[in-house]
Write a protein that binds this ligand. Structure first.
Ligand SMILES: Cc1cc2nc3c(=O)[nH]c(=O)nc-3n(C[C@H](O)[C@H](O)[C@H](O)COP(=O)(O)OP(=O)(O)OC[C@H]3O[C@@H](n4cnc5c(N)ncnc54)[C@H](O)[C@@H]3O)c2cc1C
Length: 216
């Protein structure tokens, strides 16, 4: 039955309007059991992390909303690694890191969730630190068939695990529900911002100049 009350609220207005079938807040093995028992019982799932895209909720789909129960953030001062839940917003990630004078290459907005990281994540800091996905060092979650996984790049010994990790780092949203990721973080430096009005030609000139900037 379609839940018309639509208590599900996200930043993306198309998703807000979706007539979703159900919202699920907890994901574990039992969630997949009913589909395993009866192969004709098929459901289409949407995953919601930051809820900034139209992919986080659709008419007649079940949404797995990770924002409520997967919003944990834990920073390890010794290693500089931060572990975050699948429903953490980039805003909260940065705010937490700021307390330790650390940073992460988020994109132009603080609104997105970990969908930003899992889809690559191009940041104004990418020239120096790479794509957001390059900083992922561990992942936990479920494959579409309900199988649980927990992988850490530094502890991988089997070829099969390495291949899975590579797959996740390229295409996680296509075959997994990620409940937690571990990320490398970087020392935070002050940024100098120059503001001014420029014409089209000057903009072209500046773009070419910036391409020649040193990586730092
Ligand atoms: C204002 C704004 C500015 C942006 N700027 C940039 C930018 O500078 N650089 C850049 O690279 N991108 C940028 N983006 C794009 C943004 O990174 C992507 O749209 C991203 O997918 C949004 O993530 P989300 O978690 O908010 O989305 P959601 O709508 O919650 O999720 C989008 C999709 O991501 C997948 N997904 C999310 N979480 C999980 C999970 N835990 N496990 C498995 N799959 C998951 C699902 O397929 C889901 O359908 C911007 C977006 C906005 C709205």
């Amino acid at each position: 039955m379609i839940d018309k009350s639509n208590l599900f609220k996200v930043p993306n207005s198309n998703s807000n309007d979706a007539k979703i079938k159900k919202v699920v807040y907890e994901i574990d093995k039992s969630f997949f059991e009913k589909f395993k028992k009866d192969s004709t019982n098929k459901e289409y799932l949407c995953i919601c992390s930051g809820g900034t895209t139209s992919g986080c909720a659709k008419d007649n789909y079940i949404t797995v909303d990770l924002r409520k129960n997967y919003n944990q953030i834990k920073f390890d001062k010794k290693t500089g690694i931060i572990n975050i839940g699948g429903g953490v917003l980039m805003d909260d990630l940065l705010k937490n890191l700021d307390e330790f004078n650390r940073t992460f290459p988020i994109g132009l907005s603080t609104l997105p969730g970990i969908g930003y990281i899992l889809t690559g994540g191009i940041s104004p800091l990418s020239r120096r630190y790479g794509l957001a996905i390059d900083s992922v060092i561990s992942v936990k979650g479920f494959f579409g068939n309900g199988e649980y996984f927990s992988l850490n790049e530094e502890k991988i010994i089997e070829e099969k695990e390495l291949k899975i990790m590579e797959g996740i780092k390229g295409a996680a949203p296509f075959f997994t529900i990620i409940t937690e990721i571990g990320l490398k973080t970087f020392k935070s430096y002050p940024i100098k911002i120059f503001e001014g009005f420029i014409n089209k030609n000057e903009l072209e000139e500046l773009i070419i100049k910036s391409e020649e900037f040193p990586q730092t």
